[in-house]
Design a protein around this ligand. Sequence first.
Ligand code: FPP
Length: 249
Amino acid sequence: MEIRAEEIKNNPNRPQHVAIILDGNGRWAKKRGLPRMMGHNEGVKTVREIVTASAEAGVKYLTIYAFSKQNWNRPKDEVSAIMSLLLKTAQREIKELHRNNVRLKVIGDKNDLPNEARDVLEQGIELTKDNELLTLVVALSYGSRDEILRAVHTLAEDVKSGELDPNDINETLFGSRLDTADIPDPDLIIRTSGEYRISNYLLWQAAYAEFYFAEELWPDFHRQEYYKALLSYTQRERRFGKTSEQVSI
Ligand code: FPP
């Protein structure tokens, strides 16, 4: 039976923040005898569909793993084609995001990105900064260990300069030095394409996240598959280390 957006939106247990590892673009193309880039082009359409579906279902934060730090090691041709696709997509979609009251954020090491793409993204972040319907977080040149180390370096610098007492380092302060400062932890992490790995994604932030693994390749992951994942989340009990009796009070 079809799951409607309202069904999720009216459910008080719906996730506030969904983070997705989109996987399977290459295999989608290969299965059809097409070049890998055709899978990435198709993957962008799915991103669009899932952004809309998230807004309609009342999800407040959607984080997508668009390009990892490790993805730079792919063949040169594929990396440069993905960077062109990123630029083209950002140029085309940012106004549309803004019209729809979506705020754009980027996590990851922006310094690694080609200048033109970085500039377009930064303008988009500025343009959409007050939007409230949904925050779309795009992880680009992102690796969680890299993010954690960059946070550690800022703390170490502050200790070295005498601005920070090491005893004052706690979870809140540490979290505020991550790229995700101001973004709540993900409630649900979805990975597509039948792979069961975390792949250096939001390691600190995922401490209490629920996981959902979908068999579909990313370009085949449509609104209904997504809503199935959200509905499954609403039926779970999150205990945060407590007992079932404690959390059901
Ligand atoms: C996942 O499939 C693909 C990536 C992680 C890289 C490119 C991502 C996109 C084009 C989608 C969003 C992009 C933008 C520009 C916002 P894979 O290549 O790892 O698939 P495979 O495991 O089947 O090879």
